[in-house]
Design a protein around this ligand. Structure first.
Ligand SMILES: Cc1cc2nc3c(=O)[nH]c(=O)nc-3n(C[C@H](O)[C@H](O)[C@H](O)COP(=O)(O)OP(=O)(O)OC[C@H]3O[C@@H](n4cnc5c(N)ncnc54)[C@H](O)[C@@H]3O)c2cc1C
Length: 383
C-alpha cells in the first residue's frame, strides 16, 4: 500500500495530515515526531501567561487523539536521523528504517543562538515548542525579572505577555526600534511607547554581549557596558529553518528546504512545508503560509494537479498594549515606507518606485483599515 510519511507534528505536519485525509482515506499515513505529538496552536505560547494558561492547558488533542481522528499512525519521541532517497527510506534514532512512497518534511525551524560570552550563556532560554514553554514557565516563578533579547514580533509579544502577568520585563535589541524587519520606525516607536507605559524597560541599539551567573540569578552585560539583573533571560532573536536532515540527504537547500509551487523538493518523492520550507525564494514562518502550503500539497499527494498560490497574508501581532497588523513586503523588495496618522494610530504603506504598495503595517485605530489595504497588495509570487 502507498505510504506517506510526515516528519513533524507541528501545525504544518498536522494541517497537511488533516487536509490529506479529506482527499484520501486509503493510503497509509505515518507521522513521525521528535516531540510527544500534542496538537496545539504554537502562537499561543506568546500570549498564554497573562491568560493564566498552564502548559498543560494548551494542547487541544494528544497524539492518541490525533491518531484516531485522522486516522494515522503516529510515532512520538522518535527522531528521523537520515533519508536514503535512492531506496525511499528514512532511518530512525531507534535504529529502524521505514519505506515511504512520499515523504513530507515538516520539521520546523530552530532558534538562533546568539554568540554570547559569560558563564551563563548556556542558561539563556528560547521558546519554540511546548517543552520549551514548560521549562520557561517553571523557570520564571512569581514576579521574576525577565530580560528578553530581541524586539521582533515574538520578543514584543512575550514582553507584553510577561508584563501582563506581573513580571519585570526588560527588552534588549540590536536595532534602534522594535519590529525593525516588519514595520517602519514610527510604528515601532508607537509600540515601544505603549509597552513602556505598561512598565517594559527598553535598551535599543545596544545588544547583549554576555550573560553571567550572579547571586543565584543572571547578569546581562550590554554592548555599552551597562548591566542588567535577571532571574531568567529569554532569547527571541529569530529562527532558522531546520535544513540539516534535508541537506544531509542531498536535497537542494538555500535559507530553507527549496520547494517548487507543488511543494516538491529537488527529489520528486520528497516535499517540505511550514517553517522549514523555502517556496519561490520566500521563507515565511507564519501560520497562514503553512495552511496554504498544506492544502496545496494535500491535493498534490492525492494525485491532483495543483500549484500553490499565496493570498495576501497579514500577521496580527499579539500585543494587546497596541493592536498591530503587519504585512511585510517581500524580503528583497525595493521601496520606502510612507506613514500617515497621528499618535499611535498609524497607517504605513511600503511603496515601490512605480507607486505600487508591496506591504503595510497598521496600528491603533488604523487597524480597522487592514482589510482595505490587504486588497491593494499584490499576492506573493511563488515561482
Ligand atoms: C512564540 C511564537 C509565537 C508565534 N505567533 C505567531 C502568530 O501570532 N501568528 C503566526 O502566523 N505565526 C506565529 N508564530 C509562527 C508559527 O507558530 C509557526 O510558523 C508554526 O507553528 C510552524 O509550524 P511547523 O509545523 O512548520 O513547525 P514546528 O511547530 O516547529 O514543528 C516541527 C515539528 O517537527 C518535529 N521534528 C523536527 N525535526 C525532527 C526529526 N528529525 N525527526 C522527527 N521529528 C522532527 C518537531 O518535533 C515538531 O513536531 C509564532 C511562533 C512562536 C515560536
Amino acid at each position: 500500500m502507498r505510504r506517506i510519511i510526515v516528519v513533524g507534528s507541528g501545525l504544518a505536519g498536522y494541517t497537511l495530515a488533516r487536509e490529506f485525509r479529506k482527499l484520501d482515506s486509503e493510503s497509509e499515513l505515518l507521522i513521525i515526531t521528535s516531540d510527544d505529538g500534542d496538537s496545539y496552536s504554537k502562537p499561543m505560547l506568546s500570549n498564554a501567561l497573562a491568560q493564566g494558561k498552564a502548559p498543560a492547558d494548551l494542547p487541544n488533542r494528544d497524539a492518541d487523539g490525533m491518531a484516531e481522528q485522522l486516522p494515522a499512525r503516529i510515532l512520538t519521541r522518535t527522531c528521523v536521523t537520515g533519508i536514503d532517497s535512492a531506496v525511499r527510506q528514512v532511518g530512525l534514532d531507534n535504529g529502524d528504517t521505514l519505506d515511504y512512497s512520499h515523504l513530507v518534511l515538516a520539521v520546523g525551524a530552530e532558534p538562533i543562538r546568539l554568540p554570547l560570552e559569560g558563564d551563563a550563556a548556556e542558561a539563556v532560554m528560547s521558546v519554540n515548542n511546548l517543552d520549551d514553554y514548560a521549562r520557561f514557565r517553571e523557570a520564571i516563578g512569581d514576579a521574576s525579572r525577565v530580560v528578553v533579547l530581541g524586539a521582533g514580533l515574538i520578543g514584543c509579544e512575550f514582553a507584553n505577555d510577561l508584563r501582563g502577568a506581573g513580571h519585570d520585563v526588560t527588552l534588549v535589541e540590536l536595532a534602534d526600534q522594535p519590529l525593525a524587519r516588519l514595520a517602519p520606525p514610527e510604528v515601532g516607536e508607537a509600540l515601544r511607547r505603549r509597552l513602556e507605559a505598561l512598565g517594559v524597560v527598553w535598551h535599543l541599539g545596544n545588544p547583549a554581549q554576555a550573560v553571567a551567573h550572579d547571586n543565584g540569578g543572571h547578569q546581562v552585560t550590554l554592548e555599552d557596558g551597562a548591566t542588567l539583573a535577571a532571574d531568567v533571560v529569554l532569547s527571541a532573536v529569530g529562527l532558522r529553518p531546520a535544513i540539516g536532515l534535508a541537506h544531509a540527504a542531498g536535497l537542494r537547500c538555500e535559507r530553507g528546504i527549496v520547494v517548487d509551487a507543488q511543494l516538491t523538493t529537488s527529489d520528486p518523492h520528497i516535499h517540505a512545508i511550514g517553517d522549514c520550507a523555502e517556496v519561490g525564494g520566500h521563507v515565511l514562518p507564519y501560520v497562514m503560509p503553512l495552511m496554504n502550503q498544506s492544502r496545496a500539497l494535500a491535493a498534490v499527494l492525492a494525485g491532483e494537479s495543483r500549484e500553490l498560490v499565496y493570498p495576501v497574508m497579514p500577521v496580527v501581532v499579539k500585543t494587546p498594549a497596541l493592536p498591530l497588523t503587519v504585512c511585510p513586503p517581500p524580503q528583497d523588495a525595493e521601496g520606502k515606507w510612507q506613514v500617515e496618522g497621528e499618535g499611535d494610530d498609524l497607517e504605513a504603506r511600503f511603496v515601490d518606485a512605480q507607486g505600487r504598495m508591496l506591504g503595510f503595517a497598521v496600528c491603533g485605530e488604523a487597524n480597522s483599515r487592514k482589510m482595505a489595504l490587504q486588497k491593494e497588495v499584490p499576492p506573493l509570487p511563488v515561482k
